[in-house]
Design a protein around this ligand. Structure first.
Ligand code: GRF
Length: 196
């Protein structure tokens, strides 16, 4: 299963996926890493010998033009799956329609709880004793696509946003590696989850 993974940040979840792919038995490969900015996680391309590309959001006149360029870059790799892993931009509807349902996103909350760009902070602020990690098919809404996998994560007394987020990420990484395996071996059929 060939994947393009899109990031905006450090790419720690991507690192976990890349490490899983190093196992010859694991039936998936990351063929390219893309970003909307000069993300630290792009260094993983160098480390793991994987091509990278950036489509800076700032260098485009409109979200749609940026989306078209991003889509063109992704399509060059003809991936069977696109994974958003810490990608902090909303994809324009035309991009989602072109890629979904073979388009996954990881979210650091137990969707539909705490959607949006600050799921960890929002859970902490809400004072809940548990939150979670979710893996969804991206469709035209914000974090409201079909849930592929999710798991509860406890909020511990004294948690900061960073400590809680790190605990969530350890679950996200496991869910992501397992979901890609399930998709690669046909146990999960993304076309069944298509809502577009
Ligand atoms: C992850 O928690 C992801 O769900 C969220 O941003 C974080 C990315 O972390 N959208 P990293 O860049 O993989 O370390």
């Amino acid at each position: 299963l060939s994947m393009v993974v899109l990031i905006s940040g450090g790419g720690s979840n991507l690192r976990s996926l890349l490490e899983a792919c190093q196992d010859a038995e694991y039936p998936a490969r990351v063929v390219a890493i893309g970003a909307d900015r000069d993300a630290d996680g792009l260094d993983l391309g160098e480390e793991f010998g994987i091509p990278t590309f950036t489509v800076p959001f700032s260098s485009h006149t409109s979200r749609e033009a940026w989306g078209e360029e991003l889509l063109a870059q992704i399509r060059q790799w003809t991936p069977e799956l696109v994974v958003l892993s810490g990608f902090m931009r909303l994809l324009p509807p035309r991009v989602v329609a072109a890629l979904s349902p073979r388009l996954l996103n990881t979210h650091p909350a137990y969707l539909p709880e705490f959607p949006g760009a600050h799921g960890v902070r929002d859970a902490l602020a809400a004072g809940v004793t548990e939150t979670g990690a979710s893996l969804i098919v991206v469709d035209t809404g914000v974090d409201d696509g079909p849930i592929i996998a999710q798991e509860r994560v406890p909020v511990l007394p004294g948690d900061t946003e960073a400590s809680l987020h790190e605990r969530i990420k350890t679950v996200e990484r496991r869910l992501l590696v397992q979901a890609v395996l399930d998709i690669a071996n046909g146990h999960v059929d993304l076309e069944e989850h298509s809502q577009i």
